[in-house]
Design a binder for this molecule. Sequence first.
Ligand code: DX5
Ligand code: ZN
Length: 218
Amino acid sequence: MAVQISPSILTADFAHLADVAAQVDGAADWLHVDVMDNHFVPNLTIGLPVVASLAKATGLPLDCHLMIEDPDRWAPDYAGAGAGSVTIHAEAARAPVRTLREIRAAGARAGLALNPATPVRPYEDLLGEIDMLLLMTVEPGFGGQRFLDIVLPKVRAAREMIARHGGEVWLQVDGGVSADTIERCAEAGADVFVAGNAVYGSADPARAVQDLRALATR
Ligand code: DX5
Ligand code: ZN
């Protein structure tokens, strides 16, 4: 699978989201949208109406990462609102199989996310239900945190698991991904890279995306 870059808008200017998207249009593959409810994580961002508006305002497909307590209730609606990919957390979902199937039925790619301390092996049987596995490389909730190296063995194990199942599932890493850490992630087997600060903290976000892609591709 080719390397894909999904810039996270979390630390960008929320008053100008269409411009924020336009800054990486043509360079990025996705736009990563972090939905937080102040329950699953101690931070609050945006919800369905903003995602629906943003989906209309950009040509980039939206990669919605739901850090919310009740993904079973909300995830299909994000697909219906125009997200190209909807990722739910295994720690929060009560009926993940049903919810992942509903995301796909609503026309989006279905993703399953695991926090740094959540082991991947218990989810091996769900690989047929998902299009992407997201391994958090920080504790979710905030941008600009330090990359957690301790997750790399899990990235490797997940890549082996996915290969055993035919290799169709994308493997995403999210949190602290930068020019300093992306090569380690790629080497461990990740192929979709979320980067917030490394892109929007840069004076030239499109260039930052190109640089990250080059580092991950080597
Ligand atoms: C954290 C979010 C990430 C975050 C990444 O909970 O899921 O998507 O925005 O930001 P950086 O790349 O700055 O760690
Ligand atoms: Zn995220």
